[in-house]
Design a protein around this ligand. Structure first.
Ligand code: GLV
Ligand code: MG
Length: 316
């Protein structure tokens, strides 16, 4: 799985921002042809995005392009021009406002035809599917299952709030009038659908770009559920995202310790035990699975153990 802790939105109509994005420490960039680009600038944006991808310099980053949604006249030309122009420089397409599985299959088929024509690896270009309408959420399981190309489900809070008629302009924010998190259901629904199809789950944007504390609080809510990352709209949000979606050094060390201790406990030398005490905590196979999640996120984030596991107790 590619790292997607911070997914940087870059308007395809802005060559200066396209240049700058290369230098920023985001795990993932998506060059946008959709809502950050005005209708009159759509065609020019395609050419900018192709040029930016071909110029390179994106080393280590996942390179995505967000095409327009299927209710517009632009999607087919977006896909054709981007993939014909820079198909070997793009890791995935982001499909916004996905309504049902049929839309995903349509893009998958078009991609396969272009890949065949160009001699690119079939299925090499992945898909990130934005869930940002009531209808998309109702269909989320079928959408997640629709294509082998799918890498991630992505929440789109701004469009989702509009789709639900939520009476708020504060995108992704808690409401003083609601005693809980108004986004809990959609985040959890999307996460369950993503995990049941081995996909990543990515949270959407936080629009108050200078309020890093607000961004961090919003990111912590989805990270606490298990989300893998969040969109960032401004360089100032990148570091916060990378930190929030990585485990703390303490949690990482503890997870590695549990893995070592449990591996030893279940081995012949450790007595082939299924449940053992580690300090004050009883650990078993389910603890190993949980620890594996934290350890994998930590290793992907480049964390190193600060403390080694103590040697296993001598037996006999
Ligand atoms: C993102 O696309 C959103 O609508 O929030
Ligand atoms: Mg949107």
């Amino acid at each position: 799985m590619r790292a997607r802790r911070s997914c940087l939105a870059v308007p395809g109509s802005n060559p200066r921002m396209l240049d700058k994005a290369r230098t920023l420490p985001a795990d993932h960039v998506f060059l946008d042809l959709e809502d950050a680009v005005a209708p009159l600038a759509k065609e020019g944006a395609r050419a900018n995005v192709v040029a930016a991808l071909r110029e390179g310099g994106w080393d280590g980053k996942t390179r995505a392009v967000r095409v327009n949604d299927l209710s517009t006249p632009w999607t087919y030309r977006d896909v054709i021009e981007i993939v014909e122009g820079a198909g070997d420089h793009v890791d995935c397409l982001v499909l916004p406002k996905v309504r049902d599985a049929g839309q995903v299959i349509w893009v998958d088929t078009l991609l396969t035809q272009i890949e065949k024509t160009l001699g690119l690896p079939i299925g090499g270009i992945g898909l990130e599917l934005q869930i940002e309408t009531a209808g998309g959420l109702v269909e989320v399981d079928a959408i997640a299952a629709a294509s082998e190309r799918a890498d991630a489900l992505v929440f789109g809070p701004a469009d989702f709030m509009a789709s639900l008629n939520m009476p708020s302009l504060a995108v992704g924010e808690l409401s003083p009038d609601y005693p809980g998190d108004p986004f809990h259901y959609v985040l959890m629904r999307l996460l369950v659908a993503a995990r049941s199809h081995d996909l990543q789950a990515i949270d959407g944007p936080y629009l108050q770009i200078h309020d890093v504390a607000g961004f961090t609080a919003s990111a912590r809510r989805s990270a606490a559920l298990g989300f893998d990352g969040k969109w960032v709209l401004h360089p100032g949000q990148i570091e916060a995202a990378n930190e929030v979606y990585s485990p703390s050094a303490e949690a990482f060390d503890r997870a590695e310790l549990i893995l070592d201790a449990y591996e030893h406990a279940t081995s012949e030398a450790g007595g082939a035990l299924g449940a053992v005490m580690l300090g004050d905590e009883m650990i078993d196979e389910a603890s190993r699975k949980l620890a594996q999640v934290i350890a994998a996120k930590g290793r992907a984030a480049g964390l190193r153990r600060a403390t080694a596991s103590p040697p296993p107790p001598a037996r006999g």
